[in-house]
Design a protein around this ligand. Structure first.
Ligand code: ADP
Ligand code: ZN
Ligand code: ZN
Length: 835
């Protein structure tokens, strides 16, 4: 798709056509005709209601206006326009275009991901008769069709598509508009907005009573009605109308007026008798805070130096990587940079990988930036998201702190983008399309907005570090922890050795238990990291070896004790833990291995005087789940925090002196080309939670592979050498950053069809892509999910071959060709760029 040309200046009696982006996974724009009366209001970037297909009424985004009628079909009319002003800027539309072509998905899918669903309408819109409408006595003239419609609406509201059938016409716009103008009909809520503003009910004196004389009279009237008198008194106390009569306009919050058990029914009587009136006002969900002054942070010498280097780097590079060890105070540097950017009048986007991180950082930033800062994350309700969207659009928010989806917000003047923990895999969206990496989108946004982009991490991704070494990005190092804090001491607990010595209890090494005991005895805190949630990752019959498997997926079930059930982590399927083995009837059914839930239980048993809390997917599902757990730990109400990768990231606590990595081996032996990188990052990051203040910390890593190179580099804290080794490996095996990967997954409910389809598709691909490496098809690690059999193909493209977009086009062609084959019509193809 081409970028849209600049918008036409609408001429009022010229026939205009709009290219409308619809939230459908079809890779094209749709042309609609703008009714002449709408010419003055049609603009690029506003939402339009259109009919799609025969029956659906949906909202789309106008991305282009022109005067070329479509050649193949007669354009339908736009039914209505929803916005007066654009809700996205041109630069967002350009970003959407880029996302769609780079990540090989439809623009409609990008729009779906981008707009909060409160701004999207896809449901059927309804029309109803206006209850105030009196057909017999109306002064208006009605056409035949209008009368027909009115008589139908008398029975019940109708949807657009039903109406179109009833009337036998395709374009309803003129009838709907005319009947709306005659106040005969109302368009149902869905056609207006799914977004509902937050309102509050307020009470005030009616106009006739809002003066001193009338109020005196009211007191006389209420002389024998103490409940009503009490309300009047309370009102005058809250709203001193005697002092300033204009105060009555704003009235008082109904809830406030009724405080202290005043009678609601008496208030209703007062309203019924027209002494008081009730009214609603719209209030923001994020009330303006009192203006806080932007305070200066005093940077340490090292931090100042790093900041100067960042400025210097920005002179030459738009992109700069800040490689600063854990606890070096990267956030303080960010704060300074943000402040400068805001002072210059620009907007700032601060990306964080996960909510767990945002709770601490958000509080810290909020204190500094106050109400110019908006927060955007997936746990917000849709209405809250719409308010952040609008706040960005109108300029109320100058700084947005948010997770990956914040890259879609309608910025128009970004000066700085910070991608904190840029290496973090949660920047990549896996499902559904667009399968984007927010870090890379941020780089593109930097280009579009002419903004500087700062990537920050203690463990940069191999890709970003490589770019920095190639001098494509600037590179700034921060190698010292802030203040007196030192990096923790790292100790390997040799599980093989301890097993021989019989010092292991459960799966706890003596080394870890001893350090935990000391730590707790000194009233310090510990964090234990285990990357498996649930109680036990496996259930197993001791006699015949039976292992329960998911009925929908090719995985074994994880036992969760709190539900007393075995659960599939891929599809959610649940089964009770059987008392007898279904194959041999044995009662010796064991749960095998340690998930976070079992760790929590065992630690609590071993340290009964300490309080253990768990942070994982299961304990953080409520909106404030994270916050509660983090605050409890911060304020010392819990002593040991057990968790999945959530505990590894960015958290900053004062009293953590021991960090335990429960099982390092599984991470390192994961079948993925990034397994070593991930393991190195996770272990370094979680270690970084220890000893962040004066007191030194210790990290205990339980492993049976003490000689493993990843652990060697972690022990030496040698990122540089780890990176060199990893780079050699990637070079040898043709992996990023030396190649670009595109992963194609084929899915079908029938294993044979999936298999045959994959073989056939590979054949087409190889023909279309001579000279390009096409690997597979093979089975992914979990070859069946939700009853769909999966086959995987990997395409490797040499970096710098300059053929990336050409190759993507050819892959699209291949998909087109493939989908025309009858036997494979039901095979789904999923393309993942930069998996
Ligand atoms: P990083 O993100 O690099 O791991 P943080 O930004 O979380 O490190 O800083 C670590 C700790 O040191 C935080 O508690 C932070 O408040 C403190 N700190 C860092 N720099 C300063 C500074 N210049 N002044 C005061 N405190 C600082
Ligand atoms: Zn058995
Ligand atoms: Zn399953």
């Amino acid at each position: 798709m081409e970028l849209p040309p600049p918008p036409l200046q609408p001429d009022f009696d010229q026939t205009l056509f709009a290219e409308v982006l619809l939230p459908v996974p079809i890779p094209k724009l749709f042309t609609y005709r703008v009714p002449l009366t709408m010419n003055p209001h049609a603009k690029v970037g506003i939402r339009a209601i259109v009919q799609f297909g025969d029956r659906k009424i949906i909202t789309g985004l106008i991305v282009q206006l022109h005067n070329q009628p479509p050649k193949e079909y007669e354009a339908k009319y736009i039914l209505d326009l929803l916005d007066e002003f654009p809700i996205v800027y041109d630069v967002q539309l350009q970003l959407f275009e880029w996302l769609s072509s780079y990540y090989m998905c439809a623009m409609g899918e990008v729009m779906n991901a981008a707009l909060p669903s409160g701004l999207r309408l896809s449901s059927e819109s309804m029309v109803q008769l206006n209850p105030e409408f009196d057909f017999e006595n109306s002064l208006h003239h009605f056409s035949e069709k209008e009368e027909l419609l009115i008589s139908h609406l008398k029975n019940s509201p109708q949807s657009y598509s039903e109406i179109s059938k009833i009337l036998g016409v395709k374009t309803l716009y003129s009838i709907i508009k005319s009947l709306t103008a005659k106040e005969a009909i109302l368009l149902y809520e869905e056609i207006i907005d799914k977004y509902t503003p937050k309102t509050e009910t307020r009470i005030r004196l009616t106009k006739a009573n809002a003066n001193e004389q009338s109020i005196q009279q009211l007191f006389e009237t209420f002389a024998k009605k103490p409940k009503q008198e009490a309300i009047l008194l309370k009102y005058l106390q809250e709203v001193p109308v005697f002092r300033d009569a204009s105060l009555n306009t704003k009235g008082v919050l109904k809830a406030t007026l009724l405080e202290g058990d005043l009678s609601a029914s008496s208030l209703n009587t007062l309203i019924k008798n027209n002494y008081f009136e009730s009214f609603e006002i719209i209030v923001p969900r994020f009330p303006l805070d009192a203006e806080t002054e932007i305070k200066d942070v005093l940077l340490s010498e090292e931090q100042q130096l790093a900041q100067q280097e960042i400025f210097k780097s920005f002179d030459q590079h738009s992109y700069t990587l800040l490689h600063g060890i854990t606890g070096s105070g990267k956030t303080e540097i960010y704060i300074n940079l943000i402040k400068r950017a805001l002072d210059s009048g620009a907007q700032v986007l601060y990306l964080l990988p996960e909510i767990a991180l945002t709770t601490q950082t958000v509080t810290r930033l909020k204190k500094i930036f106050g109400s110019v800062m908006g927060v955007y994350h997936s746990r917000f309700s849709d209405n809250e998201r719409v308010e952040v969207w609008n706040g960005t659009l109108t300029g109320r928010f100058k700084l947005i702190v948010g997770v990956r989806s914040s890259v879609f917000l309608p910025f128009d003047n970004l000066g700085l983008i910070i991608v904190d923990e840029e290496h973090d895999p949660s920047y990549k969206q896996q499902e559904p399309a667009p399968r984007y990496n927010a870090r890379d989108v941020a780089l593109m946004m930097g280009k579009l907005h002419h903004a500087k982009v700062l990537l920050g991490s203690a463990t940069p991704s191999v890709e970003s570090y490589y770019q920095a070494h190639q001098n494509k990005y600037g590179l700034v190092n921060l190698v010292k922890r802030y203040g007196e804090a030192k990096l923790p001491e790292i100790i390997l607990a040799d599980m093989d050795q301890e097993r021989k010595n019989k010092t292991i209890k459960g799966e706890f090494s003596k080394t870890l238990l001893t350090e935990l005991e000391n730590c707790l005895a000194n009233n310090e805190q510990a964090i234990i990291f285990q990357n498996r949630r649930g109680y036990s990752p496996m259930v197993n019959c001791q006699d015949c070896g039976w292992v329960p498997k998911c009925v929908n997926c090719a995985v074994s079930l994880t036992y969760h004790q709190y539900r007393h059930a075995m659960v599939c982590h891929y599809c959610g399927y649940k089964e009770m833990l059987p008392t007898n083995c279904p194959t041999c009837s044995s009662t010796r059914i064991l749960t095998v291995g340690y998930g976070t839930e079992k760790l929590e239980e065992e630690l609590q048993l071993r340290f009964p005087d300490s309080k253990v809390q768990r942070m994982d997917w299961d304990t953080t599902r409520t909106k404030t789940g994270y916050e509660t757990i983090i605050t409890n730990f911060e304020e010392g109400r819990t002593n040991i925090l057990v968790g999945t990768q959530m505990v590894t990231k960015g958290l900053d606590f004062d009293h953590v002196s021991v960090v335990g990595v429960f099982n390092a081996d599984r991470m390192m032996h994961f079948p993925d080309f990034r397994a070593f990188e991930r393991a190195f990052q996770l272990i370094t990051q979680v270690s970084g939670r220890a000893g962040r203040r004066e007191k030194p910390g210790k990290v205990i890593i339980q492993t049976a592979s003490t000689e493993h190179p990843v652990l060697k580099y972690v022990l030496e804290n040698n990122f540089e050498q780890f990176y060199q080794r990893e780079l050699d490996d990637r070079f040898q095996n043709h992996y990023p950053p030396f190649t670009r990967l595109i992963e194609v997954t084929l899915k079908n409910i029938d294993a044979k069809v999936a298999n045959a389809g994959a073989l056939h598709f590979v054949e087409i691909l190889r023909k279309k892509l001579p000279g390009t490496t096409v690997l597979g098809p093979g089975d992914p690690m979990v070859p069946k999910i939700r009853n769909q059999y999966l086959k995987r193909i990997l395409i490797k493209i040499d970096r710098g071959s300059g053929k990336l977009s050409e190759i993507k086009n050819r892959i699209q062609d291949a998909i087109q060709l493939f989908s025309k084959e009858k036997e494979f019509r039901k095979v789904r193809i999923i393309v993942n760029v930069d998996p």
